[in-house]
Every structure is written in C-alpha cells, then in structure tokens.
Ligand binder design. Structure first.
Ligand code: SF4
Length: 231
C-alpha cells in the first residue's frame, strides 16, 4: 500500500517532490524494497551489493542461506576466509567477508543480534555508530537504517542525486549528505515514503535518467516544463 502523504502548499520543494513521487508511482507501481526475508538478511545484502549489481549480491545471499549463515551468531563464528568462499558471487569476497563480520559483531554487541531494539535508539547517534563500523559508508549505513531497521532516512544514492539535480532540486555539485538533507528536510519523516521514493528514483534512473537522459516518454518530463535537464 502507498505511504500516506499530505501536501503542504507553502513548501514548493515538498510539493514538487511529492508530484514527482506520485508520477513515478503511477508509472512503476509499488516497488516493495528491499528484497530479504529478515532485517539481518537485508543488512547483509546492503553490504554485499556494494560496487556490484544486485543479482550478484543476491547469489551471495542465497549462498549464505544454503550454508546456514543468515543467523548472526552462526556468521560471527565463521572465519573470514571460509565466509569469503561462500560470498564469492558478490565480488571482492575477502573485503566483504570482513565487512559482514564487522557489522554482525556490532549488531550482536549492540542489540543481541536483533534489529528491533535499533528502532528505539536515537537516530543520530545510531547512525554515527554504524558509520564507525568497518566498511559502512553513508549509503550502506542509510540503506541498513531504512530497509533493515525501518528508520526514516533517505538513501540519496547516485540515481536519486542525478534525477534531483537534473530537475534543479539539488545543485549540480551536491553530494550525498546535501541530497539526503534536502529530501529529509522537505518530506514527512516517513520510512515507507523514503523507501518507495528511493526505489522509484532507481527505477526511473535505470529506465530513463541514464548518463544521457532519455526524457522522451519519462514520467518526470512534465516537471522540466519545457526546459532541458540541468547539467
Ligand atoms: S530522463 Fe529527463 S525527465 Fe526523466 S528524470 Fe531524467 S532529466 Fe527528468
């Protein structure tokens, strides 16, 4: 079901973001991200998909499942070389094995291996803690917070930044933190909305807003109002 949203007429950025969101929803329908049977599986997937396409990460997740390693204590008790052999389909397996182990040890120490307790912790300090875990950058951290822990953070990945910059909702040089701040400042603090918006921006980014934009037939063309995309 779509997240419930209300439009505040005085905030023009909010109104535009919501119009873009609705146009994307009409075209692509509910995306229901992130694939994963449990929050722990989702979090491991966020690490495994770093610098690789999702199908490769998904093969590594399936291999972890087959090996019985989608449980934090089991995975934490696995030696890094053995774990690397299991997750080889995701690429850079030795690096990602160390990252999975670091994330899992943090989760065990901080919340007994469960994600539910993370829903009650203050968001800012929790985000800083995760960013301190080996190999977790802002995008992976926010994907874990949003998709595994259900916290209201926007994942301002390259797809999202490209679309928002081309529509002049961001400056051309806006980085990850600025893009995230703009979306979070103007939209309701709603994990379901951030979840769907991110997934829909990825969908339009793959279908239309590529390195060379294909604005003809794009569901967001109306927002350009006859102007070329910025940048
Ligand atoms: S392809 Fe064109 S209309 Fe579509 S999102 Fe990109 S810039 Fe906007």
């Amino acid at each position: 079901m779509s997240p419930s949203i209300r439009l505040a007429p005085r905030d023009r950025v909010k109104a535009r973001l919501l119009r873009l969101y609705r146009a994307l929803e009409r075209r692509y329908g509910p995306q229901r991200w992130w694939p994963g049977r449990t929050p722990y599986e989702v979090a491991l997937g966020a690490v495994l998909t770093q610098h690789t396409a999702w199908p490769s990460a998904a093969r590594a997740v399936a291999a972890l499942r087959a090996a019985g390693l989608l449980r934090p204590r089991r995975l934490a008790a696995t030696r890094a070389p053995a774990l690397a052999r299991v997750i080889r389909p995701a690429g850079t397996p030795r690096l990602k094995a160390r990252r999975l182990l670091a994330l899992t040890r943090w989760l065990l120490l901080r919340a007994g291996g469960r994600f539910a307790p993370l829903a009650r912790l203050p968001l800012g300090p929790l985000r800083r803690e995760l960013l301190a875990v080996q190999g977790l950058g802002p995008e992976t951290t926010d994907a874990i917070l949003l998709y595994a822990a259900g916290r209201p953070v926007f994942v301002a990945d390259a797809y999202a930044r490209r679309v928002l910059a081309r529509h002049r909702l961001l400056g051309r040089r806006a980085g990850y933190a600025e893009a995230r701040r703009v979306v979070e400042a103007h939209l309701p603090s709603d994990p379901a909305l951030f979840n769907e918006l991110h997934a829909l921006l990825v969908a339009v980014g793959k279908a239309h807003c590529r390195t060379r934009p294909r604005c003809d037939g794009c569901p967001l063309r109306f927002d350009l109002r006859g102007r070329p995309p910025a940048g």
